[in-house]
Design a protein around this ligand. Structure first.
Ligand code: ADP
Ligand code: MG
Length: 354
């Protein structure tokens, strides 16, 4: 690992979490009254779930957190020393596990470590091909703005070309992410926002409105896109190209590059709309995985974003970036949790064979 910031082109920021994953979670899903395919923040009535999982179930502990999954995904595609991840962890064993996973998979972590704090955790309850995520952020929500602009982190902000922000960071102290996006977009760097979960556009629409002018790419899945449309007064259901167009047309501070919106839709086609061709949606089919190829879909969207960014920073055309995103998502779905396949296989889509 070099200590110079100069080679690091991708700066990711979000809530670092450890996933506590169990399969065949139908009983827990009904016990805690959860939706099988959802992502929520733990309320008081969910808090006992982490203890219960650790005590009574076969838990797989895997590195998680949306932007951190994407960071590991992009690092999978890019040369060594390309990707950093900033977030806040506690002073505990879970943080050590996350650091080790990042090191192993080529992500340099720029963690703020909260003395005596506890690292965030996400209960991942898998049932069939669905997964219900229950997150307890703990110190993940406590990242301080000063950390970002500290002597350790700022050089990486200065050297990065692309910034990837998970929508979850708009839930607490949103001004930190908004300031970051504003400052870097003023320096003509690329800002990518992922809407992350339906409750983000549902409950934090104002924050999305505030950060959107600084975002060059906005990525979401179909459920987040629909939640965004509903929050913004559109009559839903609405087709994906229309939602993508509406998001693409949100005000933008810096007209160049024109905003591009990408909506994935599980095994269905991915929709891409750029504001310079707002009535010409591009539709990219997904090759549906066979039943027996699906281990779990947790992290598919994060992996898509990782593949996309890896290809983008490798200078690939948009078509190749989408295809690389699909490839990495398919790989992730074939693994337990938001993981990639090691030893590494070539994933970057190259050539003209779209
Ligand atoms: P999220 O994980 O955020 O819900 P999606 O469900 O839209 O995101 O999945 C992201 C990407 O993962 C898709 O665009 C596709 O490439 C891939 N993917 C998801 N489900 C399948 C599937 N059943 N077969 C093949 N690819 C899939
Ligand atoms: Mg999905």
């Amino acid at each position: 690992m070099t200590m110079s910031s100069s080679s690091y082109s991708l700066f990711c920021i979000g809530h670092p979490l450890i996933d506590m994953q169990i399969r065949q979670a139908e009983n827990l899903i009904s016990k805690y009254n959860l939706n099988p395919n959802d992502a929520i923040l733990a309320g008081e009535r969910h808090e006992p779930i982490y203890e219960e999982l650790a005590r009574e179930h076969q838990v797989a502990y895997v590195a998680g957190g949306a932007a951190q999954n994407t960071a590991r995904g992009a690092a999978y595609v890019l040369p060594p020393d390309s990707v950093v991840f900033a977030g806040c962890v506690g002073e505990d064993e879970l943080a050590e596990q996350l650091k080790a996973a990042n090191r192993r998979e080529g992500v340099l972590d720029l963690y703020q470590v909260k003395k005596g704090g506890k690292t965030g955790a996400c209960a991942v309850l898998v049932s069939g091909h669905f997964r219900s995520l229950v997150t307890s952020l703990r110190v993940a929500k406590d990242l301080d703005e000063e950390h970002l602009w500290s002597a350790r982190v700022k050089p990486f902000i200065d050297s990065a070309k692309v910034f990837y922000l998970e929508g979850y960071i708009l839930t607490h102290r949103p001004e930190i992410a908004i300031q970051l996006a504003r400052r870097v977009s003023e320096s003509n760097k690329i800002v990518v926002l992922n809407l992350a979960a339906p409750y983000i556009p549902r409950l934090f629409n104002t924050q999305i409105q505030t950060i959107a002018p600084y975002c060059d790419f906005i990525i979401s899945n179909e459920a987040e896109a629909e939640a965004w449309a509903a929050s913004n007064g559109y009559r839903v259901p609405m087709n994906m190209p229309s939602i993508a167009k509406a998001i693409a047309l949100l005000p933008k501070a810096n007209p160049s590059p024109p905003r591009t919106v990408i909506i994935t839709h599980g095994s269905q086609s991915t929709t891409v709309v750029s504001v310079d061709q707002v009535d010409v949606p591009r539709i990219y089919p997904v090759e549906p995985l066979k039943e027996e190829e699906i281990v779990d879909t947790n992290g598919a969207g994060d992996a898509f974003a990782g593949g996309f960014l890896g290809a983008f920073l490798s200078g690939r055309a948009l078509d190749h970036c989408i295809k690389t995103g699909h490839n990495l998502a398919a790989m992730c779905i074939g693994q337990e949790g938001p993981q990639y396949k090691w030893p590494r296989v070539e994933i970057l889509h190259s050539g003209d064979d779209i």
